[in-house]
Design a binder for this molecule. Structure first.
Ligand code: PAF
Length: 279
């Protein structure tokens, strides 16, 4: 497995892949089984797989967890080697961003709603770094987790609007045995918070139950809120039920698939989860 730390190195590694179908898995490291399922999906449909590990500063707000975001490079590299990844790109921030950089990429509508309203500037940072990673690695396909549902919508929109010739695949959420969606941030939960955190998945199952029995969006939101409020130490940041395709608001009894999106904080640990109904 080749390890590249500079743009020059990764560009040379990519050039050596020639006309092979290249799959890209962008990550921020501290890999878990969810990330590895992205790598496996890439492996299945691509001849070469590039994984990037970069904790992107521009997608964190001033009071967010950039400094405390978990990192373990040696462990990540061992996991990727075992998965048969061809090349890993691990730039540092100075390699990725020139001090005088002034260009950004932003989906003007999608970036400001839902998580974008809670984390202003977050999706601008994501869209900009993903564009840069696409330009640097020139993949044929790229793989993202469905846990970051809005992120996936932003990236699909960006790829469509900017005519990027890259196939985007969303890979289903991986969950712990108790239903908690896998996330690098889970490691920062205290023992008590970890015990309460499966409430997100349980709340989603409750909401899905209401909608599955013909209930309306308001009733589903009420069921979700009740379960989340019962989780000790949690702060509900947002509960939204939106059109699964374009994230537009939905009221009444849904006629098309919807996605239930949750954001919940346990102390300074920000968790998200979602579920599409009907799946
Ligand atoms: O989902 C993530 O880990 C990040 O947002 C991404 C796509 C790697 C961009 O920094």
């Amino acid at each position: 497995m080749e390890i590249c730390r500079t743009k020059a190195e990764i560009r040379a590694a990519r050039a050596a892949m020639g006309t092979a179908r290249v799959g890209l898995v962008p990550t921020m490291g501290y890999l878990h089984d969810g990330h590895l399922s992205l790598v496996r999906a890439a492996r299945e449909s691509c001849e070469k797989v590039i994984v990037t590990i970069f904790v992107n500063p521009t997608q964190f707000g001033p009071n967010e967890d950039l400094e405390t975001y978990p990192r373990d490079e040696a462990r990540d590299l061992a996991l990727l080697e075992a998965e048969g990844v061809d090349t890993v790109f691990l730039p540092d921030p100075a390699e990725m961003y020139a001090a005088d950089a002034e260009t950004i990429v932003e989906t003007t509508e999608l970036s400001g709603v839902l998580i974008g309203a809670i984390r202003p500037g977050h999706f601008r940072g994501v869209a900009t770094v993903v564009t840069k990673l696409f330009n640097i690695t020139r993949p044929d396909a790229a793989f993202f987790g469905q846990k970051d549902y809005q992120q996936l919508c932003v990236i699909r929109r960006m790829v469509w609007d900017l005519d990027m010739d890259i196939d985007i695949t969303g890979v289903p959420i991986r969950r712990e045995e108790d239903g908690l969606a896998m996330s690098s941030r889970n490691v920062r939960l205290s023992e008590d918070q970890r015990a309460e955190a499966p409430a997100l998945h349980q709340a989603l199952l409750g909401g899905a139950g209401v909608l599955g029995q013909g209930g309306d969006v308001a009733a589903a939101e009420t069921a979700i809120r009740a379960r989340l409020e019962a989780a000790r130490g949690s702060e509900i940041r947002s509960i939204d039920i939106r059109d699964a395709e374009d994230l537009s608001p939905v009221t009444g009894v849904p006629r098309r698939p919807v996605v239930m999106l949750l954001a919940v904080s346990f102390g300074d640990v920000f968790l998200i989860d979602n579920m599409v109904v009907p799946d």
